[in-house]
Design a binder for this molecule. Structure first.
Ligand SMILES: [Zn+2]
Ligand SMILES: [Zn+2]
Length: 247
């Protein structure tokens, strides 16, 4: 069982530490043949510059990748984004005309965003940070709206991967896995945040959804560091055909 791609890595264009070239070199050193450069979308830029400055920056990244690609023929460098869901209606922070020019579209729920409206902010941020913690009887409702936001995003955009499902924003695993299977979108086995459970992967896998294992590296040295995810896949006996970056 060998992993050949890491589709989720960050650079200095958002809040990663390395350059695109640093990530590419790290990926080559780990024997990968594909790498995704997927910086955060702009809805988190004004919060500690977590994201790219504006959506057009993603095209600058793509241009830099095209230049670099000539020097590194042994690896395919994919231009992507980890976009933010900014509304319960599924709107993300990258317009369609930019998405169309990217190779990999990753979408995730994050708390550090500027929401589309006040009520979206209440649902996606306040409810998940404050209400979820102090009002246990409201958790089901919060989970419902978090899941709905992702299901709506899946209907609106051609999403390749949903990043870190369930991390800090609770979701209905079965509902999400079913919708992802239908949309041909993969769920991420994210090795970065330490929240991932076997239970989540097993429950989602039963619905027949595909997975990818990603580093979510914010430092070049973490690119392609995926053994935690590979071990999990082996432990639960997930067939490698169900994991898109394993061969
Ligand atoms: Zn993320
Ligand atoms: Zn990320």
């Amino acid at each position: 069982m060998k992993v050949f791609a890491d589709y989720h890595t960050h650079t200095r264009y958002s809040h990663g530490k390395g350059t695109i070239e640093d990530n590419v070199k790290a990926a080559i050193a780990r024997g990968l043949t594909q790498i995704g450069i997927t910086d955060h979308g702009p809805a988190s830029y004004s919060l500690h510059r977590l994201g790219v400055k504006n959506p057009e920056k993603l095209l600058d990244i793509k241009a830099e990748i095209n230049r670099l690609q000539r020097h590194y023929p042994q690896i395919e460098i994919l231009a992507g984004v980890e976009a933010n869901v900014i509304s319960i209606d599924g709107t993300i922070d990258v317009p369609y005309k930019i998405l169309q020019k990217l190779d990999k579209i990753l979408v995730g729920l994050h708390l550090m965003i500027i929401p589309k409206s006040f009520s979206d902010g209440k649902r996606l941020i306040y409810d998940n940070i404050i209400r979820y913690k102090f009002h246990k009887h409201d958790r089901e409702e919060i989970r419902y709206y978090n899941t709905l936001a992702l299901l709506n995003a899946l209907k609106r955009y051609p999403i390749d991967i949903i990043t870190h499902p369930g991390y800090r924003l609770d979701i209905d695993t079965v509902e999400l896995a079913r919708a992802c299977k239908k949309a041909k979108t993969a769920l991420e086995i994210n090795v970065s945040h330490g929240y991932l459970t076997e239970e989540f992967v097993k429950t989602a896998a039963k619905e027949g959804v595909k997975f990818v294992i990603s580093s979510d590296a914010h430092r070049p040295e973490d690119v392609g560091r995926l053994s935690v995810g590979i071990d999990l896949v082996k432990r639960i006996g997930l067939p490698k055909e169900q994991v898109l970056n394993l061969q």
